[in-house]
Design a protein around this ligand. Structure first.
Ligand SMILES: Nc1ncnc2c1ncn2[C@@H]1O[C@H](COP(=O)(O)OP(=O)(O)O)[C@@H](O)[C@H]1O
Ligand SMILES: [Mg+2]
Length: 743
């Protein structure tokens, strides 16, 4: 049956051991030419796509375990020693990689006054070639600024295709970026982790994102536990990661966690940018030791390293020395002394080889002629390369095609995303989980992280309580006189805009996890839409709690109208404003990259919203050319909603009899005089106005305030809709803003 495994001419194809979850011990994915091909095979003509091949791998598994839902345990984890059959050769080769950027610089020409902007091209990578295979660690060395990170980015497809010249192949085939995303992992230089999660939780969340849904929860747990052991993190498993304000794990442990979250799905290619920098030598050694184990499990490891210690050097299989973007040495650590003695600068005994090499390169770089010194080394290296390949013939020839290699690798338990692939016609699924699962995991992670920092919510709650208390006491039990009406209007305008201002605290939420988000979406851990939805979901309980607190502290204290149903509506409006404000600020945080800038913009825009809300200038008096801003003002809708809630009662009177003189110069007259005036007015108008006649109802006040265009429920709906609108905008902001590739 499985021609996948049968076809490639590897010596050890016949036994592909993996521990079966059902405890069947060693399983043999042997080929059986006597049997007719399985239906799946017959369905796809003679040259199946990789997706179909993978499906067959799935079939193989189903048959061998008798259960489609099972996946073999990861062989990586079971490695006792280092004797792994080298049956699946992956060869990553890259040739003539060249990458240059345009730098714009303003140059003042000293002699004259002419100043101008000059564009220069700077070559960051200059014709770099090399290759490496599974089971090996390739290290890119060089001084800081020599182009190590750039080379890793180029290999990991993090540089836009248009700008990068040269080719990167895996087993002789150009790597499609979607495939690379699935089979590789990229560990960047800085650790971006949620500070308040423990090591175990961090890895578990990563497992939830990246391991296929068909894998049972206990299997994911087992994978995490095994990974913890593999990474040597057993003692730190229950410790939180920590940050500047909280004690957490050590730097070396942190780095290993960072590596762990990226290799949870057991990638075929692992790229790491300076995984050892900033660590003490023991921690650094442990990190590289872990990497060696990963490589020996059948992965290609490519990493950059600033200055490896002697012990680390012993773990590396290939070295690539860079100087100003050019290769100055490429070969094994063992060949290093020979290379330099051939060059005429033998490495003295008792000297660290890499230190010597880096010092020599720096010395040559510093020598006169603008890199003329390194030029000789670059040229020498070229000749030396030709020489050695002629002597050893050590260019690796991949024996099998990429498709076969990947399929075989998957059947050995690598690339945990494979199971779902079996069902789909595409190569490998882009996402491991459905959207609801992603949302659940994202929300759970976010809740766990923020639950451990209760002080943050405490501060928000405190702000709302204090504001509510001040408002409640300032506007204590307002009456229904003309003055009381003015105060009510002021209260509503202030209360509604306060809810929006309180939302400014949503700004740092995304900005803080922005880089985590970028890293995770870069390798398709989850969909951007799931992130947006869970972001909204997680913020909701908090704003609901804040809304009820604010509504309850102010409604009865100020003496607002409408009884319990009035209170409920008031609460809904506040909740809706919190929602709209939160969405608005979240959207801004997706667009504005910096917190301080974000606050400035939020505060300014909210001030304009208040200005145009209709409180300071009523709608009918706003100039025509500004009226669009009135309709865009988020404060307008909740403000009008609560006004209508307050003044909708037709039986309530706000100006009665002589109160007509309040708020006017006549207010100072004695009461008897006012009554006489009122009688005179009613006489001349021919209407009977007595001391108890109602002159202004709530409706009249609404008309005076220009609140006539929308009903109160309509206002509520519009406010809620604004919230959704900004969430959608946030989604698009993320979609457009997260292209983490170099230009
Ligand atoms: N976008 C860019 N524009 C101009 N110079 C850049 C850009 N990106 C990187 N460089 C320069 O390219 C060189 C190599 O950078 P990098 O690959 O990060 O070096 P390394 O990782 O070896 O320290 C550095 O001198 C850096 O300043
Ligand atoms: Mg770097």
């Amino acid at each position: 049956m499985s021609r996948v495994v049968a076809d490639y001419p590897s010596p050890s194809h016949d036994t592909v051991p993996f521990r079966s979850p059902t405890g069947l011990g060693h399983m043999e994915l042997t080929t059986d030419h006597d049997q007719p091909p399985p239906p799946s095979r017959r369905r796809f003509g003679l040259s199946p796509t990789l997706g179909q091949l993978l499906k067959q791998v799935g079939d193989v598994r189903k048959e061998s375990t008798g259960d489609g839902g099972e996946t073999p345990d990861h062989q990586v984890l079971d490695l006792g020693g280092d004797s792994v059959p080298r049956s699946i050769p992956f060869v990553l080769s890259f040739s003539n990689l060249t990458y240059s950027v345009r730098t714009r610089r303003r140059n003042r020409i000293a002699a004259g006054d002419t100043s101008g902007v000059f564009t220069r091209t700077k070559t960051l990578l200059d014709d770099i070639s090399g290759e490496t295979r599974d089971g090996e660690i390739m290290a890119v060395l060089g001084a800081s600024g020599s182009g190590k990170s750039t080379l890793i980015d180029a290999l990991a497809n993090r540089i836009a295709k248009e700008s990068l010249k040269g080719t990167v192949n895996l087993n002789g085939e150009a790597l499609d970026s979607r495939l690379l995303k699935v089979i590789s992992a990229y560990v960047q230089q800085d650790d971006l982790l949620y500070p308040m999660l423990t090591v175990e939780e961090t890895l578990m969340f990563s497992a939830e994102f990246r391991l296929p849904r068909s894998l049972s929860n206990s299997k994911k747990k087992a994978r995490v536990q095994a990974l913890i052991d593999q990474l040597g993190l057993r003692n730190a498993a229950k410790t939180v990661i920590g940050d500047e304000g909280h004690r957490g794990v050590s730097g070396g442990e942190r780095r290993r966690v960072s590596i762990g979250i990226d290799i949870i799905h057991d990638p075929i290619i692992l790229f790491l940018d300076e995984p050892t920098s900033g660590l003490d030598s023991t921690s650094a050694f442990m990190v590289v030791k872990v990497l060696q184990r990963i490589a020996q499990s059948g992965s290609i490891v490519v990493m950059s390293v600033h200055q490896p210690s002697y012990r680390i050097l012993g773990l590396l299989d290939r070295l690539l020395f860079l100087s100003r973007g050019r290769t100055v040495y490429s070969g094994s650590p063992a060949q290093l002394p020979g290379f330099f003695s051939d060059f005429g600068r033998p490495i003295p005994e008792n000297e660290n080889r890499t230190e010597f090499a880096l010092d020599l390169i720096r010395e040559l770089e510093g020598s006169p002629g603008g890199g003329g010194g390194t030029k000789s080394l670059v040229e020498f290296n070229k000749h030396w390369q030709i020489q050695t390949t002629k002597n050893d013939g050590c260019l690796i020839n991949p024996q099998i095609s990429l498709k076969e290699a990947i399929s075989a690798s998957i059947s050995r338990g690598k690339l945990a995303t494979s199971d779902a692939a079996a069902g789909s016609a595409s190569l490998v699924p882009t996402f491991a989980n459905p959207i609801w699962k992603e949302m659940a995991v994202l929300s759970a992670r976010s809740v766990t992280n923020s639950r451990r920092m209760p002080e943050l919510f405490g501060i928000r709650l405190g702000a709302v309580v204090v504001t509510g208390f001040i408002l409640a006491t300032m506007f204590w039990h307002l009456d229904n006189s003309p003055k009381g009406v003015q105060e009510r209007l002021g209260f509503f305008a202030f209360a509604m805009s306060t809810t929006f201002y309180t939302c400014a605290d949503a700004l740092p939420v995304f900005l803080q996890e922005r880089y985590i988000y970028l890293r995770e979406t870069a390798h398709n851990a989850y969909r951007r839409s799931s992130y947006v939805l869970s972001h909204a979901l997680v913020s909701f309980p908090a704003i609901a709690f804040l809304s009820i607190t604010f509504a309850a502290t102010t409604f009865w204290a100020v003496g607002l109208d409408g009884g319990f149903s009035g209170f409920l509506f008031y609460f809904f409006v506040i909740l809706a404003s919190f929602w709209a404000g939160n969405s608005f600020v979240t959207f801004l945080s997706g667009v504005v990259p910096h917190v301080m800038l974000g606050y400035t913009i939020v505060v300014a825009i909210l001030a304009y919203f208040l200005l145009f809300s209709g409180f300071f200038i009523t709608r009918d008096r706003i100039p025509d050319y500004w009226i669009w801003f009135h309709y865009m003002s988020l404060v307008k809708y909740p403000y009008e909603a609560v006004l209508q809630n307050e003044f909708q009662d037709p039986n309530k009177c706000f100006v009665r009899g002589v109160q007509i003189f309040d708020n006017s110069p006549l207010a100072a007259l004695p009461a008897a005089m006012k009554l006489r005036l009122l009688r005179n007015i009613s006489g001349s108008m021919g209407v009977n106005i007595t001391a108890t006649t109602c002159l202004t109802t709530g409706r009249d006040i609404l008309v005076q305030q220009g609140v006539t265009d929308l009903g109160k429920w309509e206002c509520l709906v519009v406010t809620v809709a604004w919230g959704f609108f900004f969430r959608v905008l946030f989604y698009f902001a993320l979609l457009l803003g997260s292209k983490n590739k170099r230009r």
